[in-house]
Design a protein around this ligand. Structure first.
Ligand SMILES: [Zn+2]
Length: 343
């Protein structure tokens, strides 16, 4: 049941309230050129992606930008190609599962890491900055293929493609990509895994949940270092850091903290709701629309998870975990957990 996933403030939507919400979405989208921006985060996909159904859900959410935190599957080229084809502005970072088999680039034929990078093109933002002047947002990518913690994962891939050999070099590459962000742009750091320094308990945003005897901080030290360098030198402000990898559902039960607001107001957001797709059960289907319940003859629908980030005047005003149901051509917001509300 979907409701068991939510342990904080949860809002159920009826069909009428959904229609109101959808109108607001359209308004928000139209207002994007002035001050309001809607960003949708798709956390670790792990094969749970369907072009048709996710396109319908995204059409409902009307994002100005979609961020993907990686781990599409075990080098699942088909999913990555499908993601590359969605008709929304997007930025992507590949995760450790996206280089699950490939330790070094093949020279005899294109391996699946090369093919994934090729089809994503400039939308794969590792160590690069993607400027979106229409919405005044810039996305800077962290280290791709990260599996968290101190060791650098897939060293040979990083060295060959980016010239990065260690954590220090990686931090400097992230910093370099962020410097020069247009002054009036809202900067988002997009990484597969979050930074160190956000706690070491089992349920912390990057805490090890698979070791019951004390957990530990499984964040990326290079990302923490890059953020510190940017802040120390006052080079650019870092209002939002988006990542995945550390799944919301913990290995031994319970749920992870998915958002942290730093003392300097940087928001750290983990989007890894895994699995992100559930089949709608009978009870969930009844919640969709009390006035005209779905008949058993209708195609089986799904509920799909996204994390919505609303920006207004260069600040984060709202963050929510949102589940959108897709039943044939009908899309509905069925559940929402508000993670953050600002001014
Ligand atoms: Zn991962």
């Amino acid at each position: 049941m979907l409701s068991t996933c939510f342990h904080a403030r949860t809002v159920f939507w009826t069909s009428n309230s959904c229609r109101r919400w959808k109108r607001n979405l359209c308004y928000s989208s139209m207002a994007a050129s002035s001050s309001s921006v809607r960003i949708v985060v798709v956390g670790d996909v792990h094969d749970c992606w369907n072009f048709e159904q996710d396109s319908k859900a995204l059409q409902f959410l009307q994002p100005d930008l979609v961020l993907f935190t990686g781990d599409f599957g075990e080098e699942n080229l088909e999913v990555v190609r499908s993601v590359a084809n969605i008709e929304f502005a997007k930025a992507v970072i590949l995760g450790n599962h996206d280089s699950w088999y490939t330790k070094r680039f093949s020279i005899s034929e294109k391996d699946k890491v090369q093919l994934q990078l090729e089809c994503l093109g400039k939308e794969h933002v590792a160590y690069e900055r993607l400027d979106l002047p229409l919405i005044k947002v810039s996305v800077v990518g962290g280290r791709p293929f990260s599996h968290g913690g101190k060791p650098v994962f897939r060293k040979q891939l990083l060295s060959a493609r980016y010239g990065v050999k260690d954590m220090d070099g990686s931090a400097k590459r992230i910093q370099k990509a962020a410097v020069g962000t247009p002054e009036d742009h809202f900067l988002i750091l997009l990484a597969h895994n979050g930074p160190t320094g956000l706690g070491s308990d089992l349920n912390d945003i990057c805490g090890k949940d698979w070791e019951l005897d004390g957990g530990g901080d499984h964040g990326d030290p290079d990302l923490e270092c890059a953020i510190s360098l940017l802040k120390e030198n006052n080079q650019v402000s870092v209002p939002l850091v988006v990542f995945g990898h550390m799944h919301k559902e913990l290995a031994h039960g319970g749920f992870r903290k998915m958002i942290v607001v730093g003392t300097d107001n940087t928001i750290y957001l983990n989007g890894a709701i895994v699995p992100r797709v559930k089949n709608l059960g009978d009870d969930d289907r009844r919640n969709l629309d009390n006035e005209s319940p779905l008949s058993s003859l209708e195609a089986k629908g799904t509920a799909r998870a996204f994390t919505l980030v609303e920006l207004s005047k260069g600040r984060v005003t709202r963050v929510a975990e949102s589940w959108v149901s897709v039943v044939e051509d009908r899309t509905t917001l069925i559940e929402e957990q508000i993670l953050f509300e600002g001014n």
